[in-house]
Design a protein around this ligand. Structure first.
Ligand code: FES
Length: 78
């Protein structure tokens, strides 16, 4: 699963710093989870952020727990 976190200053301050920490923890808690995590420059959607793209789909204004829920649901379906 490909996850791109917007690391622009707005998204980082609005929550993606915590999302990043949570996803790094998830990778160590669940070593079998297939996550390809990468950072992204500003996606030009700052006002709707924080922005996260998961397998090409843009998700907006989610907190870390909500991002993890989406990932775990996608994993359960695969
Ligand atoms: S900083 Fe994330 S969209 Fe601009």
């Amino acid at each position: 699963m490909k996850i791109e976190l917007c690391m622009g200053s707005s998204c980082f301050a609005r929550g993606n710093a915590l999302v990043l920490e949570r996803l790094e923890s998830l990778q160590s808690e669940e070593p079998g989870i297939d996550i390809e995590l990468s950072g992204h420059l500003c996606m030009n959607e700052c006002s709707a952020g924080p922005n996260v793209r998961i397998d090409g789909k843009l998700y907006q204004n989610l907190n870390a727990d909500e991002v993890v829920d989406i990932i775990l649901q996608k994993k359960a379906r695969s």
